[in-house]
Design a binder for this molecule. Structure first.
Ligand SMILES: C[S@@+](CC[C@H](N)C(=O)[O-])C[C@H]1O[C@@H](n2cnc3c(N)ncnc32)[C@H](O)[C@@H]1O
Length: 419
């Protein structure tokens, strides 16, 4: 792929994306009533457009029983990921510096999980089709596909801002960051002169503040890819149905429970629509959604309610970092769960013999996860692998190779500043 199709002169931010972990995807499947991929005898996981490979490398360190593969167009991203794995002695992650279109020639296994975060709506139609073809070829029956993307109608207000940035940067000089800076000067000046159409969307309204807060590479990769185009959920679902996959749910946990996001009249209006894709579209209009984390599956078995409840109670959770207690929980089972997790990652089932019903534990852990108070995490992460990665991450602090994350004993990685 050439630079006319994607921004390749500015490396992408190095980050760990927690929603891509097997534990998180399994929990998403469970709360939607589906069986997570069986992982008893190991599993295979692949990230398309893996950037610097931080997520696959860190997951691989915590999961020696899994095989992790990252695919990315930019050789410098892949080289960075390979060096990280060498230094941290991670032997179960490997990387390929190829365009999605070239993956057909690779000898790759079938995967239990295929994930692509922040990629789909930033690449052109042919790369989107290649990405889906890969998932169609390589996802096992019972496997999960995670796709995140910018969506409409939430982005509608910012479309004039995005268009202007693209036009201005195309005509400016220098690398992507220099071109963005010169475009930004004109955008800011126009805003100051009353071009309020540039303040219609969430991004435009806080433009100056966000430019000061987020790194320039974020804006380059958000606004400059020539193919960037947000999609309606119905469009995305139609494309994914073409490879034989069906919707499972959202890796943004709260979006799976209407009661947490919609009031009663809105819920009634959504429920009255007979088509599930239309219901999802109506939710997006009500919530003005601009980013979705959709999970799809190939022939994923549905589970009965008792099995779902038992599996959720047996799953492992930790308290999120930093704890945001703005949503108070006064249910005794929620308070007991929070107290349990104060002592470290644990499964809700530990409270079952203390007078809490399975129903209450399940309802409250879903509510806590939806409110961002708890995160699903691995049941038995490899402590030695985690320590080896942390030693490398500490050594790199303050160097050009810094990755500003640290791994917790639960296998979750958090921004070092949130510690
Ligand atoms: C916005 S970044 C997201 C990186 C990572 N998933 C994350 O969220 O941190 C998109 C990545 O997709 C890669 N990419 C874009 N088009 C591609 C293609 N056609 N084939 C392979 N990789 C591609 C880019 O090099 C870039 O690293």
């Amino acid at each position: 792929m050439d630079s006319a199709r994607y921004v390749t002169d500015v490396p992408y931010a190095r980050r760990y994306v927690r929603e891509l972990s097997p534990a998180w995807l399994d929990f998403t499947a469970l709360i939607c009533g589906f069986q997570p991929p069986p992982r008893g005898s190991g599993f295979a996981w692949c990230e398309l457009g893996c950037g610097h490979g931080v997520t696959p490398a860190l997951l691989a360190a915590a999961h020696p029983e899994g095989r992790f593969i990252g695919i990315d167009l930019m050789p410098q991203h892949v080289e960075f990921a390979e060096r990280l794995c060498r230094e941290a002695e991670i032997t179960n992650a490997s990387f390929q510096a190829v365009d999605f279109a070239a993956t057909q020639a690779l000898d790759l296994p079938r995967f239990d999980y295929v994930v692509a975060h922040g990629v789909y709506t930033w690449v052109d139609a042919s790369a989107q089709a290649e990405l889906l073809r890969f998932a169609g070829r390589h996802l096992k029956p019972g496997g999960l596909l995670y796709l995140s993307y910018d969506c409409l109608p939430g982005w509608a207000g910012d479309m004039p801002l995005q268009h202007l940035l693209r036009v201005l940067t195309e005509r400016a000089q220098g690398d992507s960051i220099a071109r963005l800076d010169s475009a930004d000067k004109i955008v800011t000046a126009l805003q100051g002169l009353g071009a309020d159409v540039l303040r219609l969307g969430a991004m435009g309204r806080e433009w100056e503040e966000l430019r000061g807060k987020l790194p320039p590479s974020y804006f380059v990769h958000q606004f400059l890819p020539p193919a960037w185009k947000p999609l309606y959920v119905t469009e995305l679902r139609q494309a994914v149905s073409g490879i034989g996959l069906t919707p499972i749910g959202s890796a943004t946990i709260r979006e799976n429970v209407d009661a947490f996001t919609l009031d009663r009249p809105a819920r009634e209006l959504v429920a009255a629509a007979s088509d599930p894709d239309l219901r999802e579209l109506l939710r997006d209009y009500l919530l003005q959604k601009r980013f979705r984390r959709d999970v799809f599956g190939r022939d994923v078995p549905a589970l009965d309610e008792a099995t779902v409840r038992a599996r959720i109670c047996g799953s492992t959770f930790m308290l999120s970092h930093p704890q945001d207690a703005t949503v108070p929980f006064n249910h005794p089972s929620a308070q007991a769960l929070l107290a349990l997790l104060e002592g470290g990652a644990a499964a809700p089932i530990a409270l079952a013999d203390q007078g809490h019903s399975i129903d209450a534990l399940v309802a409250q852990i879903i509510a806590l996860a939806s409110a961002g108070r708890t995160w699903p995490v691995a049941a038995d992460p490899d402590r030695e692998g985690i320590e080896r990665v942390n030693a490398v991450l500490r050594r790199r602090t303050g160097t050009p190779d810094e990755i500003a994350f640290t791994m917790l004993p639960s296998g979750m990685a958090i921004d070092r500043e949130d510690r």
